[in-house]
Design a protein around this ligand. Structure first.
Ligand code: 13P
Length: 255
């Protein structure tokens, strides 16, 4: 297989350090040595340190849910890429739809974050996706194209090799409404095509494109079997070891 599957858990604003450590202890015990699938957990900032300690020595990687583009300074309440690196974070979710819609993040700001992550050797998981109104208006591909191209401005071909893209249709997040495999694969293939234009074929073929939005053990096998669906960005089902492990196993079963 050209691209190893990647299963990432976005815990959002859930779990104390103790709760997070307990969850990853279960993950480490069950899938902490497997190498068939790349696995990343993204706890809230406050649990990163406790989770990092439990993950140490396992194959499960650590991600943040956000970062600020500047390295340091007067940005009350923010956390920078070098601070995350110091906690052994390797990935960072950037431009999640909740950040875009609830916290007013623009494509330009998200682009600065992507560049800051790459500069600090953090792998960005850049999220894109349309709202229900945009899908119904037939503008899905246009919205995704704008978010992707704006988010990746100034990213070099060399840097793009570290990139992960997550397609998360906003209407499928936390709603139990999952995109059909055809709907998801169509957008994933479109994103792959845009990546080819931006970074040329060899790099574009290496970038993992994750699906996110109500992915569960029951619907994952069909989604993960699609040609351009290289994994999942999991919200709700990442908060319990059992369902998250089932998703990892579903990804491992795809040959
Ligand atoms: P759910 O899996 O809870 O729908 O959340 C998806 C998501 O937003 C992951 O980033």
């Amino acid at each position: 297989m050209l691209r190893k599957k990647l299963i990432a858990g976005n815990w959002k604003m859930n779990k104390t350090p103790a709760d997070g450590a307990a969850l990853v202890a279960e993950l480490v015990a069950t899938v902490g040595k497997q190498t068939d699938v790349d696995v990343v957990v993204c706890p809230p900032f406050t649990a990163l340190d406790a989770v990092a300690k439990v993950l140490d020595g396992s194959t499960v990687k650590l991600g943040a849910q956000n970062l600020h583009p500047e390295a340091s300074g007067a940005f009350t309440g923010e956390v920078s890429a070098p601070m995350l690196r110091a906690l052994f974070t390797t990935h960072a979710i950037i431009g999640h739809s909740e950040r875009r819609s609830l916290f007013g993040e623009t494509d330009a700001f998200i682009n600065q974050k992507v560049l800051a992550a790459l500069k600090n050797q953090l792998k960005p998981i850049l999220c894109v996706g349309e709202s229900l109104a945009e899908r119904e208006a037939g503008t899905t591909l246009k919205v995704v194209q704008t978010q992707l191209e704006a988010g990746l401005q100034g990213v070099s071909k060399e840097q793009a090799a570290a990139l992960v893209v997550a397609y998360e249709p906003v209407w499928a997040i936390g709603t139990g409404k999952v995109a059909t495999t055809d709907q998801a694969q169509e957008v994933h293939a479109f994103i792959r095509g845009l990546l080819v234009k931006l970074f040329a074929e060899p790099v574009a073929q290496r970038v993992r494109i994750l699906y996110g939005g109500s992915m569960k053990p029951a619907n994952a096998p069909e989604l993960l079997a699609q040609k351009d669906i290289d994994g999942g960005l999991i919200g709700g089902a990442s908060l319990e070891a059992r369902s998250f492990v089932e998703l990892i196993r579903a990804a491992a079963a795809i040959k």
